[in-house]
Each structure stands twice: as structure tokens, then as C-alpha cells.
Design a protein around this ligand. Sequence first.
Ligand SMILES: CC(C)(COP(=O)(O)OP(=O)(O)OC[C@H]1O[C@@H](n2cnc3c(N)ncnc32)[C@H](O)[C@@H]1OP(=O)(O)O)[C@@H](O)C(=O)NCCC(=O)NCCS
Length: 172
Amino acid sequence: MITIRPEKPGDEEQIRHVNIQAFGRDAEAKLIELLRGSRFYVEGLSLVAEQDNQIIGHIMFSMAMLISNKQEVMPILALAPMSVLPQYQKQGIGTQLVKTGLKRAEYSRFPAVVVLGHPEYYSRFGFVRASEKGVYASFGSPDEVYMILELTPHALENITGNVRYPPCFDDI
Ligand SMILES: CC(C)(COP(=O)(O)OP(=O)(O)OC[C@H]1O[C@@H](n2cnc3c(N)ncnc32)[C@H](O)[C@@H]1OP(=O)(O)O)[C@@H](O)C(=O)NCCC(=O)NCCS
């Protein structure tokens, strides 16, 4: 039985372990730690997948800024990183993390979520190419892998621009 729940104090070490195992390096684990201590951290939107008191997956949504061509700023969410322990991958745990995360995100104050990832995977959850909405990553990414989902209908109707990530993403 797998439970998806927000991270709580004491989970930090296991979240670090899951990320290092999934990515084979510690850059994402470090990113999570930096985000957790920053103003970009969104309470309740760092979620873990837990089985028998062991954390086997993790997903984080943090705050990014959509900067319009007129320099208006719209805070949105960025989904990153996401990880599942290698031995538990391809069993739908990532899907559960994304679905639960998006459901919770709908109740947040943020109107949209961006993600850099596999188009076939994220389109299952309603993500579309961000460029279709006139939204681009400020770091420049291949068009087909940068995706966006409106959490509030029509949220992006009157705004186009670039997404600026928290500075701690610069090293990733
Ligand atoms: C990406 C990841 C979290 C998916 O978790 P999961 O529990 O295996 O996901 P699910 O079982 O719900 O779905 C598996 C599907 O994810 C797809 N997928 C999505 N993103 C992927 C990625 N970055 N790498 C590999 N497969 C990915 C697979 O192709 C697979 O497709 P299928 O359903 O057609 O077989 C997991 O593979 C992982 O930890 N990968 C290493 C870390 C990583 O690359 N994270 C994503 C970037 S932040």
C-alpha cells in the first residue's frame, strides 16, 4: 500500500537518498535542500510516496516567475525534481505523485505549472507545449520538452513571456 503525503520534518534524509539513487548524483538532492530553505519553497507541495514507513518516491513543486514581455510578473509553479527509487520505477508511483501533486496544486494560489520532461508522459496529465501558450524557459530548452498546465482555466490567455527559475536551479 503506497501513501502519497506532504513531506514532514524528519523526512529530509530519506528524500535525499531517493533522489541520489534515482538520479545517480547528488545535484537534485542539493537543489531540494536549497529550495526548502528558500522563499521559493511552497508548503504542502513537496510530496513523498511512502510504503511500509519507507520513502520510495518524491516530487517537488516550487515557485517560479512568469515574466511577461511587458515585465509583469506572475508567480507560477515549477514541477522539479521528481524521483522514484530505481527498484520501484515503472509501477505507476511517479504517476501517483504527479496526480496527487496537481490536485493539491489546484488549491494553491498558483494559476499554472511548468515542467521540463518527456512530452508523452506529461501530456497524460494535461500538460501542453508551453510555446503553444507563448511561454518559454528563460534558460532556453528544446521546444517539445518544455510544457505547461493551466490550473486556473484561461490563466494564460493574456500573458506570454519567459519563466525565471529560482537561482538555485542555475547549477542543475
Ligand atoms: C521519472 C520517474 C520519476 C518516473 O517514475 P515512475 O514511478 O517510474 O513513473 P510511472 O511508473 O508512473 O511511469 C513510467 C513512465 O514514465 C516515463 N518517464 C517519464 N519521465 C521519464 C524520465 N525522465 N526517464 C525515464 N522515464 C520517464 C517512462 O517512459 C514510463 O513510460 P510508460 O508508462 O509508457 O512505460 C522515474 O523514472 C525516475 O526517478 N527517474 C530518474 C529521475 C528522473 O529522471 N526524474 C525526472 C526528471 S526531474
